[in-house]
Design a protein around this ligand. Sequence first.
Ligand code: PSU
Ligand code: MN
Length: 301
Amino acid sequence: MKEYLHVRSDVAEALRLQRPVIVLESTIIAHGLPRPQNVTVALQAEEEARSLGAVPATVGILEGRIVIGLDPGQIERLGTEEGVLKVSRRDFAYALAGGRTGATTVCGTMMVARLAGIRVFATGGIGGVHRGAERSLDISADLLELARTPVIVVSAGAKAILDLSGTLEFLETRGVPVIGYRTDRFPAFYSADSGLPLDLVADSPEQVAAVYRVQRSLGLEQGLLVANPVPKEHEIPRATMEGYIGTALAELERAGVRGKQVTPFLLSKVLELSGGRSLDSNIALLLNNVRLACRIAAALA
Ligand code: PSU
Ligand code: MN
């Protein structure tokens, strides 16, 4: 895949000098957040990283080229153009062969990060096991990527639109460490506590970095999922969200949506039902994850 990679010069320079670099995904820009906040938030996330001394590299695919470190104009394109592909592992060859433009998911961004030698990734929430997966078999490729690609993913857990208990069980089976950052509860994106316990806890970025180093020296190929709860003042109570999620899932069933449209459909429904409040919470937790990712990258550098 290396011949398709285009690494922005400041990213390449930082990697060469072993300075802190973090990757950011672009599906959140193209398919996750509403316009026009999608673009402003993406730029804000990069600014936040720079202010903490890390080089941010937002990943995307432009006309068949994988770009590691999109510039603001390219971020704007992914956030506004129609027909931007949602690129996960299975979509890469198709997108590159066809010279397509696409946004990378957590799965796709992890693949690219590994190729470029970037070890830390900040996102909002990962994909997971969907409710009803015993029937639909809908399990996000993000989980399989965490099982085979050694990148640290900092997230606020996963949205409660998913089967969070099933998601944790799947990660456990696949040998992926899920580390609660200063918490022993799995966060549920908008809320800090899903009610599900976590066995692994870290209290500092250095501790996360230490686990990652040992993981690598043991030759384990799994990534590491850091679960960083949304800051208290931006939290939305679980009971409030559960109402919106119930409605969104009923509408999903009625609309008969399948495959990779499922997550964007549910995200936009929940957003619509909860209004600006969920957007505020989404932005706050993303920036919080960027800050922690930068500190972990600094600890590794
Ligand atoms: N969860 C969110 N916001 C998002 C996503 C997930 O709260 O934007 C995006 C991420 O890019 C994630 C993808 O990798 O959705 C998962 O999609 P799927 O369930 O189709 O694997
Ligand atoms: Mn799916």
